[in-house]
Design a protein around this ligand. Structure first.
Ligand code: OXD
Ligand code: MN
Length: 597
């Protein structure tokens, strides 16, 4: 028996001794196994069958009402040195953490089956992929992991060959928020999660492995694990360029990844290819470009707001073989959520008769889990072992004011600062982060497994001679006018912004330099067929000097919180922008670029 398998078996034995399950089941990832799990869950009520005529093999899971989103305050990074986790993370001493959570695991699987789930993050043959084993007592987690990862025998074979894997231990416990932890041990390549069945807390391949442990591994191995979608844009000459974009949770990554271009673009032959909607692992290739894979094999997307207008590709992929979590149901058994259509649902996400007095019918963080290849815009390049070359990196947040529709960083260092300065209004994807604008560097605030100061330094370290790094941009689809309405239609029309970025990549468009970045000239934006409100374009690109000076002061203060770990180059870049803003002629506003044509 190969020694790796021995080590694995020993770990599984130790876990079983502690958790004391009635049965242990090694998952092979087969269709038959999935069917059996589904049948068992239909029996126990863990799953409810949806309308099988209109939505074949679609099911609904209703979670405990106190277990519907990630809980950041119970998510901890356990490193021997507190500074290595950084002020961006909750920290616990590893020995203390193990003792605390192991006490919860004691005997917790009695009367349950313990599932051993070998999984591979990324294509099975890719050198960029990494494997793990999740041990869980939740059949819902197993079924979701089968959709979200390459799970089963082939992953186990890779683990045996490769000799390393992430040890990921999970129990739903009592689903008691008072007995809940999501713990990460980057120095041991281990995860322990107790007391929650919610996706981000329980599908340990996703946020826990692919981002928190992944980012720490990526740092030591010279690559990047990012909270980014990956999308391919095909032009009428059939050239495909790939863009990776970081937005905080529930800010439209899935919609951008599956965008349908406006009619005029379609007529001209533009197409969009979806490689990933949430996570991107990138590393430099021999040619100095960054190559990216999507480590996931499925989408765990936010349902509310998904409609024939906002994301027809998503709607099409959700017609079959989908697990829905916490959506509402119509009287003919179809899944329903706010923003889908004008119908009134019969049951809300808790299974009660729908009553608007109880709030939204679908939980605002209700989700779908679906195989990536079911998406009509799915790119076969998602299976490319070598990944796809990235031409543009985009950062963005949800900002009702201040931040222009799009701007470009002048170079890599400025781009890293743009990412590090990101901020966004809170959404329903986490339960406990308040409602104000918060700093969310690279959309990684809840997901970076180590000190952000070191993380910024790691990003900066890619700027080496011979590298052909992507251009970096910042977007804001969410700016509002004085009347409180969105200034930009978003969704398919975001194609116009992507096209401008790619013109910048190929040198086909000029830009206007400002202290905060390069802005488009109106004549370089394709606005054909777009109806904007009077003054909207000017408002979208307005850069207010006084407001930006305040913003930079807030960014400076935020960056200072990383103390000695903050790279000097980033501080210097920040100082450069502050000084450039000070040099601008008073009074604000600085300039209105969109009227420059
Ligand atoms: C997610 C999240 O589920 O970011 O993708 O919360
Ligand atoms: Mn996410």
């Amino acid at each position: 028996m190969p020694s790796q398998l021995e080590a694995l078996n020993r770990w599984i034995d130790d876990v079983a001794k502690r958790t004391r399950p009635d049965h242990v089941h090694w998952c092979d990832g087969s269709e038959a196994e999935y069917r059996q799990l589904v049948d068992e869950m239909l029996e126990t009520g863990d799953l409810v069958e949806l309308n099988q005529d209109t939505h074949p093999r679609c099911y609904l899971h209703r979670s405990d009402p106190k277990d519907v989103a990630r809980v950041e305050k119970l998510t901890v990074i356990c490193t021997s040195n507190r500074e290595d986790a950084g002020p961006n993370n909750n920290w616990m001493d590893p020995d203390e953490a193990h003792a605390k959570i192991d006490a919860l695991f004691d005997g917790c699987m009695q009367g349950r089956t313990m599932y051993v789930v070998p999984y591979c993050m990324g294509p099975l043959g890719s050198p960029l992929s990494r494997c793990g084993i999740e041990v869980t007592d939740s059949p819902y987690v197993v079924a979701n992991m089968r959709i979200m990862t390459r799970m089963g025998t082939a992953a186990l074979e890779r683990i045996e060959r490769e000799g390393t894997f992430i040890k990921a231990l999970h129990s739903i416990g009592e689903l008691d928020p008072e007995r809940r932890w999501i713990m990460h041990f980057p120095e041991e390549l281990a995860i322990k999660s107790y007391g929650s069945g919610y996706g981000g807390n329980a599908l340990l391949g996703k946020k826990c492995h692919a981002l928190r442990i992944g980012s720490s591994q990526a740092r030591s191995e010279g690559w990047l694990a990012e909270h980014m979608l990956i999308v391919g844009i095909e032009n009428p000459r059939h050239e495909i360029r790939y863009v990776a974009a970081a937005f905080p949770s529930a800010c439209g990554k899935t919609n951008l990844a599956m965008l349908i271009p406006p009619e005029g673009y379609q007529r001209d032959g533009w197409k969009v290819w979806t490689v990933g909607d949430d996570i991107c692992w990138m590393r430099p290739g021999k040619d100095g470009r960054l190559y990216a894979i999507n480590p996931e094999a499925g989408y765990f997307g936010v349902a509310p707001g998904t409609s024939a207008r906002t994301n027809p590709n998503a709607l099409a992929m959700l017609q079959h073989d989908t697990i829905f979590t916490n959506v509402a149901v119509t009287d003919n058994g179809q899944p329903w959520w706010e923003g889908l259509d004008q119908r009134t649902p019969a049951k809300d996400w808790q299974g009660r008769d729908h009553d608007p007095a109880n709030g939204p019918a679908a939980h605002p963080n209700s989700r779908f889990t679906v195989r990536a290849s079911q998406c009509p815009s799915w790119s076969p390049e998602a299976e490319n072992d070598q990944g796809v070359p990235i031409d543009a990196i985009v950062f963005g947040g949800r900002r009702r004011s201040l931040v222009p529709l799009v701007m470009e960083a002048r170079d890599w260092t400025h781009g890293v600062l743009m990412g590090a300065s990101m901020a966004s209004e809170a959404t329903a994807a986490a339960t406990d982060v308040g409602h104000n604008v918060r700093r969310d560097p690279m959309a990684m605030k809840p997901f970076c497994g180590y000190n952000f100061g070191d993380y910024f330094a790691h990003w900066l370290s890619f700027d080496q001679p011979g590298m052909k790094l992507p251009k970096v941009f910042h977007v804001n689809w969410f700016r509002k006018g004085d009347d409180g309405r969105f200034l930009w239609p978003g969704f398919g029309d975001n194609m116009r912004v992507l096209e401008w970025m790619l013109k910048r990549v190929t040198g086909e468009a000029d830009a206007i330099e400002t202290p905060i970045g390069h802005l488009p000239r109106v004549e370089d934006l394709n606005l054909d067929g777009l109806e904007l409100a009077d003054g909207a374009l000017e408002a979208l690109f307005r850069v207010d000097g006084a407001e930006w000076r305040d913003e930079q002061a807030a960014i400076g203060k935020y960056l200072e919180s990383y103390g000695a770990r903050l790279p000097a180059a980033l501080k210097a870049e920040h100082r450069r922008i502050v000084e450039a803003l000070e040099d601008e002629a008073e009074p604000a506003p600085l300039r209105v670029h969109a009227s420059a044509s």
